[in-house]
Ligand binder design. Structure first.
Ligand code: 4AD
Ligand code: MG
Length: 439
């Protein structure tokens, strides 16, 4: 496995790979997370970023210097620690460390995040330290697994990763929530979505996907809204909306499967009900907007055709299912300018929102794209988009237009759902929120 195990010699190890060193003496760089003492024994809760382990010091088995050094350790003090790896069934990692030696790197000042409950604003102000806690570490590790699984899923299926620009001259998802910045003598906007560029890329490379930051100056203060969030945007030439939905349900199921397979410790830390995740298998139910309206009315909502759904509607629709549901065929006026109308019913578009179970709301927005240049020009006029700025986008329909579809999955909402975390502010390392740009 590439791990160095040498009889009778101390090796540098990490907690994440500690199982490879049972019975060996190892040296770890670590921080003290917590400690307790029973007079003759000190129990050090150690973390090194890759995991947590308990170090056990027995007074008459270590030198007086080592014993005293351990006693001086405050929360988050940094140290090198040497000891023998022992199996310990009761430990979450399955192992503990019988400590022989200890070298203090720094005694930490009084740590602001004590091991007790703190208010959200306090924790958000200390986000740079908050991420050291087991819960936050688990969430960020799950985020990483979702990213890796994304790369694997799309590469295994022949998709090419393409990076769209972040500074853009136009809008992709409407003009109301744009971040504007000066671009020398021009105005530029931070990207709301890479989609339009991904459409160009799909015409060049067939099946493509992007993964990058996107920005929405939305004045929304909800558990699902970030100002800066990360989106995965696949775009596929010669793919109609039906096939796109198949790829979406396979992709989302793959993400859940990978987190179940590779993040069991993290899910345990978060007390996630994994039974709910084990149910996530394709196919996902497809519900038309019209059918959804009917269900909502039955549930007592007052809503008229042509209205967008809000969070309470999404929750009410999702609660009847144990897996994500597609809501398809939305009224043209509820959606972005580029969506292709249903040829049999032009007042609705070939699109779907994927709504996660358990109240986590929309995790994917996707559609087939308009491929007819005349219709696209008409939409530019209706949406007051300058044809000059979108000339390049129209070109995609002028030179070998083909049916094509794509979608965008919001990473933070997806991680919130899989990890069972209430608010997206915990599923991105440094959240940008309404009224929060620090740290
Ligand atoms: O539905 P949206 O706006 O779709 C698009 O941007 C398309 N251009 C994507 C495409 O077809 N290529 O956003 C897609 C997803 C949403 O379903 C949601 O998961 C996430 O992005 N999202 C947000 N996540 C966090 N905070 C916000 N403010 C978000 N807005 C959208
Ligand atoms: Mg959407």
């Amino acid at each position: 496995m590439g791990h160095l195990v040498l009889e009778g010699r101390t090796v540098n190890a990490t907690i994440g790979t500690i199982s490879h060193y049972e019975g060996q003496e190892v040296r770890l760089g670590a921080w003290l997370y917590n400690k307790r003492s029973s007079g003759k024994i000190q129990f050090l809760q150690l973390r090194d970023g890759t995991g947590f382990i308990q170090g056990v010091l027995v007074k008459n088995e270590v030198s007086p210097e080592v014993w005293e050094a351990a006693q001086t350790l405050t929360q988050e003090s940094s140290l090198y620690i040497t000891g023998t790896v022992r199996k310990e069934e009761r430990a979450p990692s399955g192992y503990e460390l019988s400590v022989r030696d200890l070298e203090v790197i720094q005694i930490a000042e009084e740590y602001p995040i004590a091991l007790k409950e703190h208010g959200t604003e306090f924790l958000m102000d200390h986000r740079h330290l908050w991420i050291r806690t087991p819960r936050q570490r688990a969430i960020l590790r799950i985020r990483d697994e979702v990213i890796r699984a994304t790369y694997d899923f799309f590469h295994e299926r022949g998709f090419v990763k393409v990076d769209p620009p972040i500074l853009t001259p136009t809008t992709a998802e409407g003009t109301t929530n744009l971040f504007q910045t000066q671009y020398f003598d021009e105005v530029a906007y931070l990207s709301q979505s890479g989609q339009l560029y991904m459409e160009a890329a799909a015409m060049a490379l067939g099946r493509v996907y992007s993964f990058g930051p996107t920005f929405r100056a939305e004045k929304s203060k909800t558990r699902k809204h970030l100002i800066e969030f990360w989106m995965i945007e696949p775009e596929m030439a010669f793919v109609e909306h039906e096939e796109s939905m198949k790829i979406q349900e396979e992709y989302v199921s793959y993400l859940v499967e990978r987190v179940l397979a590779r993040c069991s410790l993290e899910l345990k830390t978060l007390e996630r009900d994994v039974k709910k995740l084990e149910a996530i298998k394709p196919p996902f139910p497809r519900v038309t907007y019209d059918e959804a309206m009917k269900r909502l009315k039955e549930k007592g909502f007052e809503i008229t055709w042509g209205e967008d759904f809000g969070a309470p509607h999404e929750v009410a629709l999702a609660e009847d299912h144990d897996r994500p549901i597609f809501i398809t065929h939305w009224p043209v006026e509820t959606k972005a300018f580029y969506m292709k109308p249903d040829p049999t019913r032009p007042e609705v578009v070939l699109c779907a929102d994927l709504i996660a179970p358990e109240g986590y709301g929309e995790i994917i927005g996707g559609s087939q794209r308009i491929d007819d240049p005349a219709l696209l020009e008409e939409r530019f006029r209706e949406h007051h988009l300058s044809p000059e700025s979108y000339k390049w986008y129209l070109d995609l329909r002028r030179y070998g237009s083909v049916p094509h579809s794509g979608f965008g999955l919001g990473l933070e909402r997806t991680v919130a759902w899989i990890a069972g975390v209430e608010h997206v502010r915990e599923t991105i390392p440094f959240p940008r929120l309404l009224n929060r740009l620090y740290p």
